[in-house]
Design a protein around this ligand. Sequence first.
Ligand code: AHG
Ligand code: MN
Ligand code: MN
Length: 329
Amino acid sequence: MTVAPRTASAHIDAPEGLIPDALSPVIDALCKVGIDLSRTIARGPLGGALGAEVGENTDGDHQKALDVMANDAFAAALKGTGVRWYASEEQDSVVALDEGGSLALAIDPLDGSSNIDVNVSIGTIFSILPAEDEAEPSFLRPGRDQIAAGYIVYGPHTGLIVTFGAGVREFVLDRDKERFVPVEDAVSVPREAKEFSINASNMRHWRKPVLDYVQECLAGETGALGVNCNMRWVGSLVAEAHRILARGGIFLYPGDARPGYETGRLRMVYECAPMAMLIEQAGGEATTGTERVLDVVPDRLHARVPLIFGSAAMVERLRACHARDGAPA
Ligand code: AHG
Ligand code: MN
Ligand code: MN
C-alpha cells in the first residue's frame, strides 16, 4: 500500500520549511484559485466570454469578465487564511477580510487582460506584507517591507514563481495531481543579456534617457554596446517577467509625456513592488531609472511607478543614461 506523503497544503508540494507557517493557508488559497483559473482559461471561448468588457476600474482601465471573476475568487478564497487587509487592482479601496489576521495582501488578480482573447500568457501577481492596524498604511510603505511576493503565469503550462525573501522558487502545475510541484529551487537572472522589452509605439513620448538607452540597443554592434540585441513585447507583465527570469533581458515601462503616464502605467502596490522583489531575489535589478523600486513609498493605493527591471548589467546601463541626462524616468 502506498502512503501519500504528508503535506501541509492541499494544492502545492512545497519543500519543508519553505513557506512560513503564517503564510501557508494564504499560499494554498492562491494556488487553489490559480488552479481553478488555469482550467477556466484553458477552455478559452468554451469557458464563456472571458474577455468581454464588463465595466471600468478605479484607474479607468476596462474591466474584463475574467478580471472580475478572478478578483471575486481570490477575495472569497482568502477569507479565513489570516489576511486582514485585501487590496486589489479591481477594487477602489482596501477590503477588510479577517479581523484578527496579521497579513496584508495586494493582488493584480488578472494581469495582461488585453491578451485574454488572443490565447497569450496572462497571470496573477501578489504581494504579502505585515498588516498594520489601519487599512491603507498597510500598503503605503516601501516594497522592501514585503514578506513574500510572486505570480502565477497561465501559459502553455501554468507556473508559480514565489519568494519569501531568501531566493526565488519555481513550481509548475501538475494537471494530473492538481498541485503545484517544485521544478527550480534557485531561479536566477543572468547578469548579461541582449533582449529588451518596451512598447515602442510610445517612442515619441519617451524622455531622453529612455530614448538614448533604446537607441543604444537598436544600434547593436554598430553602437556603444557592440552587440546586436533582440526585442520582445508581449503586453503581459507576468509573461515578460517570466521570460526575463528564464533567460535574462530588460523590461521597461517608463514614465512618458502622455497625460496620465507621467510615472508610467504599472501600479506600485500590486505590480511593481512584487516584481521588483522577485527580480532582486533572483539577482537582477529593478529601478525607476533613478531610484530602487523597493525604496519607493506609494502615496496612494493605485499609484503608478516607472518600472525597469531585469539583468543587472542591462539595468546598470539604463541607470547610466539617466545619470548622464539628469532627467526623470
Ligand atoms: P492589467 O491587465 O493588469 O491592467 O496590466 C496590463 C499591463 C501589463 O501587463 C503590461 O505590461 C502593460 O499593461 C501593457 O501596457 P500597454 O498596453 O500600454 O503596452
Ligand atoms: Mn497588471
Ligand atoms: Mn489586472
